[in-house]
Design a protein around this ligand. Structure first.
Ligand SMILES: O=P(O)(O)OC[C@H]1O[C@](O)(CO)[C@@H](O)[C@@H]1O
Length: 437
């Protein structure tokens, strides 16, 4: 307790929530950002070290005897990163030589000195920096540079969701092309976002089997529902070359629900291609990388359950036919930049998204990048918070796990705070927000 008080005093920690109209930052003691750097992030880093120790023999068997020394060095560096976070150290430039190193360093250099440490920086920047730093540590090793240190957890979360995946597959084999069915699948996809691993510091969450019943029950928790506009944007102007882009979030059950929605979009002729945007580096534990996408399809295609097997083969065929496509690797998704800076920072990516008929943005972290890590007034218009990011029709499917939101009806947020002051952190509430281009 005394140590915490010393830390707070030394680092100018303010004992309040994040003020309205300010950047989210761990500087505010009553914020989730503060909790993240005091508790969640240190736990995540410690768990990487633990799993390296647990998997040491397997890693040596796969990557060779030099891995032993690499594991020791990586563990020491991760432990140092953990203490740096706990001590509010400055975020230093990257010394590695990756495709995104120059972009990251340019970003860090332009941060004012007083906003370049873990607690003083905008939370989004500091949290992304931590994941980029973990990557840099692994990349610095001779043997584990290409090892996905979150892979095991991602696989496990898929394996724990088999019952619900079977139930959803069974329920969706004979779907019809109409607004109601589309909305149901969109909501299934939204609530699939509750199962991310970073919110639980890596602890597994098993989704319940009766997925569609839960979707119906959760309707009361859907604070903004623009699924009707999303449907209209897809259904109208349906042409042979139309594309839907999805900025993916988590693998495991959520990716499965992405695939089910995408399958429907293709099957019902709502677009001729669904393009999946994945992360270039291991990210927020459970985010989808290209190998996770292919692993998931393979996992389904080889499954002993016939329904899953058939689905997996069908989706592999879609991929071979170009109806499903993994987007070219783009480091923008793992950069510190918000989406409103994309047009300037990565114009080619912006142009590609602009060609899509619909852009679907998944999850909490992508939402933070979409409206910025900023404590907007909760009733602020969604369009305003996009700050000009309007490449095409866009829809965001987000379960609320952080202290930022916009577009709520007047009084709603106050009502929810009166019921539960933690309501913004539970993932029990969600939004489907939409903006036309
Ligand atoms: O997988 P999602 O929905 O992006 O959520 C990831 C996590 O990122 C955060 O935004 C920050 O850690 C949390 O609120 C949440 O735990």
């Amino acid at each position: 307790m005394a140590l915490e008080a010393d830390f707070d005093l030394k680092n100018g920690i303010i004992d309040s929530e994040t003020p309205v109209n300010s950047d989210l930052a761990a500087l505010y003691k009553q914020s989730f950002a503060y909790h993240t750097f005091r508790v969640r992030s240190p736990e995540i880093l410690a768990s990487i070290v633990t799993s390296l120790a647990e998997d040491k023999d397997d890693l040596i068997a796969t990557y060779g005897s030099a891995t032993c020394a690499d594991i020791e060095k990586i563990s020491a560096d991760i432990t140092k990163l953990r203490s740096d976070i706990l001590a509010n150290a400055t975020m230093l430039l990257f010394k590695d030589n990756e495709p995104d190193t120059a972009q990251w360093n340019a970003f860090l250099k332009q941060l004012p000195a007083e906003k370049r440490s873990y607690y003083t920086a905008c939370w989004l920047y500091a949290e992304c920096y931590m994941y980029r730093k973990i990557y840099s540590i692994f990349r610095g090793s001779a043997t584990l540079g290409s090892f996905d240190y979150f892979r095991k957890q991602k696989h496990k979360s898929a394996e724990m969701s088999i019952d619900v995946m079977v139930a959803v597959t069974r329920a969706t084999r004979e779907s019809v092309r109409n607004e109601r069915t589309f909305q149901k699948l969109l909501k299934l996809n939204l609530w699939g976002n509750r199962c991310d691993l970073s919110i639980t510091s890596g602890k597994q969450v098993t989704p319940k089997d009766d997925a569609f019943e839960i979707v119906a029950e959760l309707d009361a928790n859907l604070l903004v529902d623009r699924s009707d506009s999303t449907w209209k944007s897809l259904e109208s102007a349906c042409s042979v070359d139309s594309i839907v882009e999805i900025i993916l979030d988590n693998s495991g059950y959520e990716l499965f629900t992405d695939l089910i929605l995408a399958e429907y979009i293709i099957d019902k002729g709502l677009a001729c291609k669904v393009r999946f945007n994945v992360k270039a580096i291991p990210w927020f534990i459970s985010d989808v990388m290209v190998h996770d996408y292919h692993w998931k399809l393979d996992f389904l295609a080889k499954h002993e359950n016939e329904l899953l097997r058939e689905l997996g083969k069908k989706l592999q065929l879609f991929t071979a036919q170009g109806k499903f496509e993994v987007a070219p690797m783009d480091y923008y998704w793992t950069s510190p930049y918000e989406f409103f800076r994309m047009q300037q920072m990565q114009p080619a990516l912006y142009e590609r998204l602009a060609k899509a008929k619909l852009l679907i943005i998944k999850g909490d972290l992508n939402y933070r990048k979409l409206i910025g890590d900023y404590n907007w007034n909760h009733t602020e218009a969604f369009e305003t918070c996009l700050r000009g990011f309007r490449p095409t029709n866009l829809c965001t499917l987000r379960t609320i796990k952080a202290h930022l939101i916009c577009g709520l009806p007047p009084g709603k947020s106050e009502e929810l705070f009166a019921k539960n002051k933690e309501w913004m952190l539970t993932g029990e509430y969600g939004v489907i927000q939409f903006a036309s281009n």
